[in-house]
Design a protein. Structure first.
Length: 151
């Protein structure tokens, strides 16, 4: 028998995060704290992609992401898609969309910023998506993609 593909068990219910750039896959896993959940997780990396060249994919059973988590993914992987699975069927295909303002998910790296000295939620304006740049709405510090740290 000639086997050309490895089959991965289908999800009954859960979320598939697809079209993650390969170099961002494990950062997505980390910011979503998937190492702390007991759900079944399948991770694929460096898979062929017409759109990206290579991509990563994460399948998580019985997990549906909140908007804060989706915004974190969008900051790292603005071309990613979420597939919502119910009873082995894709019920929704959602491209992640980054809002113009992201609140309380990114830390400001300016030690003098009010968000690092008072109990104030952070707020950043998205200046550009490729490469990612955000600006603190309080101190106006601009963070490049490699400087972004998540809460």
């Amino acid at each position: 028998m000639d086997k050309k593909e490895l089959k991965v068990v289908a999800l009954r219910n859960g979320t598939v995060i697809d079209h993650i750039p390969s170099d961002k896959l494990f950062k997505v896993v980390s910011i979503l704290q998937l190492d702390k959940v007991s759900n079944q997780i399948t991770i694929g990396n460096n898979l062929e992609s017409k759109q990206l060249g290579t991509k990563g994919i994460v399948k998580v059973s019985d997990l549906y992401l909140d908007q804060k988590s989706i915004n974190k993914i969008a900051l790292l992987a603005p071309l990613a898609n979420l597939n919502i699975i119910h009873d082995y069927t894709v019920k929704e295909k959602i491209p992640v969309q980054l809002p113009e303002i992201v609140s309380d998910i990114v830390c400001c790296n300016n030690p003098k910023c009010i968000t690092n000295n008072q109990p104030v939620p952070t707020k950043f304006r998205v200046l550009q998506k490729q490469p990612m740049q955000v600006q603190c709405c309080y101190c106006e510090r601009v963070l490049k993609e490699e400087e972004i740290k998540f809460k």
